[in-house]
Design a binder for this molecule. Structure first.
Ligand code: ATP
Ligand code: MG
Length: 681
């Protein structure tokens, strides 16, 4: 074996090594969060490629998010392996469908891909005499997504929904009717949805031997991360790709199944060793990601879980040095909670933690806005995960094509906004027009957002302070869409139409790990597989987590797993918080039932790590902070000293405090971390 392949084995524990070096054939890693599953599969690919066993270009590594795919590619590049296809199911299917479309469609145009089902579902519901508001239409769309991901046709829906104990948004027969109407409208309009796209990829392989041959020649070695959240449609596609071959490595954690509402099931993972009797099965329990304190809370949250996967679970064993206890806080209302979180982020950044190592995670995307605002006010840069979607919208794509062609024909010196408006007018959009209804309205809104963006871009002379730029773009109504992170970057660059167009293009196609140094705002769902030094789990009120929509016992269990996913994202610091009312004086709320008791004092630190049914140890509730830097101190020696291990004890407090102050000021002035180095002198 090549020495570079040997190097790939360094830094792995014996079980991980076994997974990495297992011979070609089915391999299954069943293990908890942070135990190095993703690391193991990444190293397995690298090891096999570097030792010459396989060619990197024949590997298809399926990940759950584009960001995870980008991270895997980055890790592989660092190990000296390029050319691996790391993609989501969707991206891999889309690529395949696009590639074969000219052949399979015989010249017919490739159908437009629907970004969201909601609009067509509303039409379909109206056709069956159901009046729906947006929320009701979304519920129906979710149900249709479940059915299609579960390979259930409209005619089979009623039986399948009953069998799966679905909590249906309407009488099952009505849902089936809407489902059928939706399919019909979709076909009549020549559009397809995401599930259709996966189905098209399956159909291409199953019905066309030449396509199958070509696809299978390309993809020979398969790796699937987060396999606990695969749905029947995705499994069918995986089987189509495999075509009976067995060079497949799957990894997952049944305790992190958080997509069963869309038809995902941990069954494929859990049953894998039974289905593939020759599989090498590996279990990992050492947690390399988080401090033992965070691991303790994670174990406590998931220990209470009910369900089939409960028997398979192993307690995580923390490997990292001890850190701070998870911090639980209660605030009187959401704006206060958001402001406190933003202030804490600012402190962390000032003390040297890069903003990209911080995440604020929430249950629903609607919660994002309060944090965007608070972070902007605190002048902390941030990026909203999943916001790239804006650029996938049809109308935005069209607008961008128009912009790019405008770049070629616009005389130099034309003001940016004017040029953008002219370009958009060329595709039939006029901003003075009142927003029309239905489909046209969405198009109008997306274009309006683009123009607004251009206006902000044009108006901002060179560099705004981070906060102002963020507020400006947030006011433009596009934050959470177009302004993913880097608001400074947007305005920093010289303003010209050409550059604006290029920037849009870059953002539309970008699929790399964000290089922007901003705090990540993300939903718990989209945080899966990722990790940060500091994590804030916010809005942990009962009714938000678990959501009021979780009615059945299974749905409530899924919410518990969602919390487990959240807790296990933190490497070093974990803050959990909730507001006892949404707005000042609002209806009182209770804390998330999966958590330790929060005490009732506003903004005060609450009971640490006492979880359901376990009595808190009163001695551990008294919080002691370092006299110098303010870090929370652990029980034991450093509590007695009154200062943390990072603050040496042989100089007087006043001098240290001044040094820390100075460091914070340098850090915030330069917007880079600053370090104070203590030497003997
Ligand atoms: P999740 O279930 O959240 O996806 P995971 O099991 O995929 O977690 P990884 O992301 O692979 O875990 O690893 C978690 C962290 O631990 C990473 O920072 C990784 O680099 C580190 N790590 C994994 N294995 C080791 C090891 N043997 N030695 C040191 N660090 C490790
Ligand atoms: Mg992982």
């Amino acid at each position: 074996v090549d020495s570079s392949a040997e190097r790939v084995l360094a830094g792995l524990d014996p079980e991980q090594r076994a997974a990495v070096t297992a011979v070609a054939g089915p391999v299954c890693i069943l293990a908890g969060a942070g135990t190095g599953k993703t690391r193991a599969i990444t190293h397995r690919i690298a090891y096999r490629a570097l030792s010459g066993e396989i060619a990197a270009r024949h590997v298809l590594a399926v990940t759950f998010t584009a960001r995870a795919a980008a991270e895997m590619r980055a890790r592989l590049t660092a190990l000296g392996v390029g050319g691996v296809q790391a993609r989501t199911f969707h991206a891999a299917a889309l690529r395949q469908v696009r590639y074969f479309a000219p052949r399979l469609l015989e010249g017919r145009p490739m159908p437009e891909l629907l970004d969201s089902k909601v609009r067509l579902v509303t039409l379909a519901a109206a056709r069956s005499g159901l009046r729906t508001d947006r929320a009701a239409a979304r519920d129906l769309a979710g149900e249709i997504e479940w059915a299609k991901s579960s390979l259930v046709e409209p005619a089979e829906y009623v039986v399948a929904a009953a069998k799966a104990l679905r909590e249906t948004p309407h009488e099952p027969a009505r849902v089936a009717e809407v489902f059928a109407a939706y399919e019909q409208i979709k076909r009549a309009n020549g559009v397809i949805d995401f599930e259709d796209m996966l189905r098209a990829a399956v159909w291409g392989i199953e019905e066309h031997p030449d396509v199958a041959e070509q696809v299978r020649a390309q993809y020979r070695h398969f790796v699937v991360d987060e396999y606990q959240d695969v749905n029947p449609l995705q499994q069918r596609l995986l089987d189509a790709w495999l075509g009976g071959r067995d060079d497949l490595t799957v990894v997952g954690d049944a305790s992190q199944t958080i997509y069963s509402f869309t038809g995902a099931t941990s069954g494929y993972l859990v049953d894998f060793p039974r289905r593939r009797r020759d599989a090498v099965v590996i279990r990992l329990v050492r947690d390399y990601r988080s401090t033992p304190q965070v691991v303790g809370l994670a174990n406590a949250v998931i220990r209470q879980a009910r369900g089939t996967e409960a028997q398979l679970r192993l307690e995580l064993v923390g490997q990292r040095p001890p850190g701070a206890e998870p911090d639980l806080r209660i605030f009187p209302d959401e704006p206060t909670e958001a402001a406190a979180v933003a202030a804490r982020c600012r402190q962390l950044v000032a003390a040297g933690t890069p903003a990209r190592e911080i995440a604020v995670l929430f249950r629903t995307n609607a919660q994002s806005e309060a944090y965007e605002k608070a972070l902007a006010e605190a002048e902390v840069p941030y990026l909203v995960q999943g916001a790239e979607r804006f650029f996938e919208r049809t109308e935005v794509r069209q607008a961008m094509i128009a912009l790019r062609s405008a770049v070629r024909s616009t005389p130099a010196g034309t003001p940016l906004v004017q040029a953008v408006v002219d370009a958009l007018a060329a595709v039939g959009w006029a901003r003075e027009q009142p927003p029309p209804g239905g489909a046209a309205r969405e198009r109008w809104e997306a274009l309006a957002a683009l123009v607004q963006l251009a206006e902000e871009y044009a108006r901002t002379p060179n560099l705004l302070p981070i906060g102002d730029a963020t507020v400006a773009t947030a006011r433009g109504g596009v934050s959470g869409h177009a302004v993913t992170g880097d608001p400074v970057g947007w305005v920093e660059r010289a303003v010209s139409l050409a550059e604006f167009g290029e920037e849009l293009q870059r953002r539309a196609t970008q699929q790399h790990v964000p290089t922007v140094d901003g705090v990540t705002l993300a939903s718990l769902h989209s945080a899966k597989g990722l990790e940060w030094d500091a994590v804030f789990l916010v809005g942990l009120a009962d009714g938000t987590l678990p959501t009021t929509y979780a009615k059945t016992a299974e749905q409530v269990e899924e919410e518990r797993r969602l919390l487990y996913v959240g807790v296990t994202r933190a490497r070093q610091w974990l803050w959990l918080s909730y507001a006892s009312a949404r707005s000042p004086g609002g209806r009182p709320r209770r804390p998330c039932r999966f958590l330790p008791q929060f005490d009732r004092s506003g903004g005060e630190r609450a009971t640490p790590t006492a979880v359901e049914g376990r009595k808190p140890d009163p001695r551990r509730n008294r919080v002691v902070s370092c006299r110098i830097c303010g870090a929370t101190l652990l029980a034991g020696v450093d509590r007695k000293l009154g200062r943390c291990a990072d603050c040496p004890s042989d100089l007087d407090d006043e001098l240290y405090r001044r040094l820390y102050d100075w460091r914070a000021r340098v850090a915030s002035a330069q917007k880079v971390p600053a370090y104070v180095v203590f030497t003997d002198a």
